[in-house]
Ligand binder design. Structure first.
Ligand code: GDP
Ligand code: MG
Length: 184
């Protein structure tokens, strides 16, 4: 069918792991080296929107064979002070992308906490993807791909290393999610 399926997607993860950069790369094909977190919340034209509601909203369509998935993307702020808002974004989400930074082991620990929270409080149908971002910074790596892959397998997630900077696997991770959404 030529149907468009709307799918709410939320990005979760520690501050500065590259959540907003992944969205910017996916939605606009751009990368900004020194990202100001609120600078491109232009879909609602309110510069302070991310800091006000703890998230920014974007949308993008992905075609899978003869179907289309229209992602409604909520890019959350990641700061602890916005934590209480997170359930508003992941509840009822068709998909969640939990992002860590491969050069920062603490962000991987934080990602596991998000996965636990999603498994405990989220919807059991939510497709959860784990993104090891900044995969271009190989020389600074602190989290091995093997460790993350093993963790993902054990927890029923799918895993990819991504780079918002070089664009590696960015379209791919959203495409893989869209594929899974069109199979249900
Ligand atoms: P957020 O707080 O998770 O939304 O993170 P941002 O998207 O604001 O990114 C934080 C910083 O990391 C910014 O300076 C980005 O330019 C940088 N960054 C994001 N993704 C990548 C990446 O894949 N590779 C590299 N080298 N830097 C990145
Ligand atoms: Mg951000």
């Amino acid at each position: 069918s030529n149907q468009i399926k709307n799918a709410k997607l939320v990005l979760l993860g520690d501050v500065a792991t590259g959540k907003s950069s992944l969205v910017l790369r996916f939605v606009k094909g751009q990368f900004v080296e020194f990202q100001v977190s609120v600078a491109f919340c232009d879909s609602c034209s309110i510069a302070s929107c991310e800091s006000t509601i703890g998230a920014a909203f974007f949308s993008q369509v992905v075609a899978v064979n003869d179907e289309s998935v229209k992602f409604e993307i909520w890019d959350t702020a990641g700061q602890e002070r916005y934590h209480s808002l997170a359930p508003m974004y992941y509840r009822g989400a068709a998909a969640a992308v939990v992002v860590y930074d491969i050069t920062n082991a603490a962000t991987f620990t934080r990602a596991k906490k998000w996965v636990q929270e999603l498994q405990a409080q989220g919807s059991p149908n939510t497709i959860v993807a784990l993104a090891g971002n900044k995969a271009d910074l190989l020389e600074a790596r602190q989290v091995s791909a093997e460790e993350a892959q093993t963790y993902a397998q054990e927890n029923g997630l799918f895993f990819m290393e991504t780079s918002a900077k070089t664009a590696i696997n960015v379209n791919n991770i959203f495409y893989e999610i869209a594929k899974r959404l069109t199979q249900v």
